[in-house]
Design a protein around this ligand. Structure first.
Ligand code: NCD
Ligand code: ZN
Length: 347
């Protein structure tokens, strides 16, 4: 197969940042994807409908002229988020989910939730109005090993939370372990998971190959090979509970090549190429369209896109770095040769 056609995909987990950084990255996502679920973890988190609406306008204003890219907004759940706020968000039609960051789990999560039981009334309102909960699935307990945070989160948070709110739609974001894939595959109720390109392509050795490699550091951190293999099996299985979410998380090169480097891989410019590489390696290119273009909108209750896009086989080199406002940014797999190239909309 030298050409792959698929319905235009969407990105169900994306960080777009703000200001000059937003302007530098949004065009890359808009080139490949029709829509994206936009994460709310700005420096000043997006906690109200008004903030989500204003952020949506800033994103739209930063798009290349003529782009029809649609930002699907989310709210950042804090322990002060009122049930009324999620009802208003639901009624607006522009907010499509609420994101739970355990406090301290990742970039800009300080305002997150320390104990989900404190937000029970808000979760009950979300269940009632059927607004999905997106979870960053890691516990932050200092005694829990960083590589075990996701599997412990399943037992300590996800299972009891979903027992209390069995009708709440939940997306387990950027899963990284065999345990998470197994949970999502077998759990009762309305649950799905996003899977990133880096967790399909790399195991944790990538962070340490010949030295410390900050551009392979993201959260949840890459895991052992057995977990990568389990994620590939899940993503290529054709099970609609697993769909595309890049977690493209841009940070300036300077902020990652640092004594205390930021977590996040920048994959927006070559997201489909990276996913196609992972699916091709598994002999499963035929399963890419469902994962990238069907199951996400189905889960979110949105129409599938109509337009088709094309990927062509042929080697090309990922740029070593790209402009990022006044700074530069290093994309994932910088300098490496990939075998699939995005060729735009089918004409
Ligand atoms: C994300 C970011 O930088 O905003 N970083 C990351 O490593 N994925 C936050 C997140 O999704 O955890
Ligand atoms: Zn993320």
């Amino acid at each position: 197969m030298n050409e792959l056609r698929l319905l235009r995909p969407d990105d169900w987990h994306l960080h777009l940042r703000d200001g000059a950084q937003l302007a530098a990255v949004v065009g890359a996502s808009a080139a490949q994807f029709a829509r994206a679920i936009v994460m709310p973890n700005l420096g000043a988190p997006v906690v109200t409908l008004e903030q989500a609406s204003a952020y949506r306008e800033r994103i739209r204003a930063a798009l290349p002229p003529g782009s029809a890219f649609e930002p699907l907004m989310t709210l950042y759940l804090t322990e002060a988020t009122e049930p009324a706020a999620v009802r208003a968000a639901r009624a607006s039609g522009i907010v499509h989910a609420v994101k739970l960051y355990p406090a301290g789990a990742t970039t800009n999560s300080a305002a997150g939730v320390r104990d989900w039981r404190r937000v029970s009334a808000t979760l009950a309102a979300m269940q009632e109005v059927d607004l999905p909960l997106l979870v960053h699935g890691e516990v932050t307990t200092p005694g829990i090993d960083v590589f075990d945070r996701e599997q412990v989160f399943i037992d300590q948070v996800l299972v009891p939370l979903r027992e209390q709110f069995p009708a709440l739609r939940v997306v387990f974001e950027h899963i990284t372990t065999r345990q998470a894939a197994e949970y999502v595959r077998t759990a009762p109720g309305r649950i799905a998971a996003t899977v990133t390109p880096q967790h399909l392509l790399y195991n944790r050795n990538a962070i340490f190959t010949g030295g410390l490699r900050p551009h392979w550091y993201c959260l949840p951190v890459l895991k052992r090979e057995e977990h990568r293999v389990a994620l590939v099996a899940a993503a290529t299985s054709g099970n609609p509970r697993f769909f595309l979410g890049t977690d493209s998380a841009p940070h300036a090169a300077r902020a990652k090549e640092h004594a205390c480097g930021c977590a996040g891989c920048f994959t927006a410019p070559h997201a489909l190429e990276l996913y196609a590489t992972a699916f091709a390696a598994a002999g499963a290119l035929g399963k890419l369209e469902g994962f990238a273009s069907w199951y996400g909108p189905d889960f979110y209750g949105l129409p599938r896109n109509r337009e088709q896009v094309v990927l062509r086989r042929g080697p090309w080199q990922v740029p070593a770095s790209l402009p990022f406002g006044a700074e530069t940014i290093v994309p994932l797999a910088a300098g490496e040769t990939l075998d699939w190239q995005f060729a735009g909309a089918l004409r």
